[in-house]
Design a protein. Structure first.
Length: 178
């Protein structure tokens, strides 16, 4: 069983919106939808509950073990946990959607456009050349708090599934959708 920890700000979000941590643990361990970055340092897991609700957990792998050339995840630290419904501000999701599609619609719904390289266009979910130091977030004149989430490989000079999560936008939607 994969142990699930939370960053302090993720734990605060989970507490504020009364998300059950046992459901978060279930979403990671009994996941129906999963993607990992190419270095296996990040796990994004989703699990549908009660027919119309999916918990999406975007986490860093903080403990793993290798044996026989295979890596087994033992521990993750959740960066953000999203309790999603089929209708999001940027579009619809359903049980047939893969994890990257769900993440892309969530990032479009609750994020800022960004880029990780000066020669690349802005996107709400960025993968491509760049680095954490090159991130530019298009946050407007009066920027609102955001959490930079993603995978950055400095040796290869690229990034995967990077997004700028806005907890305020998510909280507004979640409160209105209940």
């Amino acid at each position: 069983m994969i142990r699930v920890n939370f960053t302090p700000r993720c734990q605060a979000l989970v507490d504020e919106y009364r998300l059950a941590t046992d459901l978060v643990v279930a979403a990671v361990n009994d996941r129906q939808r999963t993607i990992a970055d190419s270095n296996h340092t990040r796990l994004i897991a989703g699990r549908w509950f009660f027919g119309d609700r999916i918990l999406l957990v975007d986490s860093e792998v903080t403990g793993s073990q290798s044996a026989d050339g295979l890596s087994r995840i033992e521990e993750v630290t959740a960066q953000v946990v999203l309790d999603l419904r089929p209708q999001l501000p940027a579009g619809s999701i359903d049980r047939d959607a893969d994890t990257e599609t769900i993440l892309a619609i969530a990032a479009e719904s609750f994020g800022y456009p960004l880029t990780c390289h000066a020669d690349e266009p802005f996107s709400t979910l960025y993968s491509g050349p760049g680095s954490r130091q090159q991130v530019v977030v298009h946050s407007g004149c009066i920027p609102v708090e955001f959490w930079l989430i993603g995978s950055f490989d400095s040796a290869r000079g690229d990034c995967e599934l990077v997004w700028a999560f806005r907890p305020d936008r998510y909280g507004d939607w979640l409160g209105a959708s209940k």
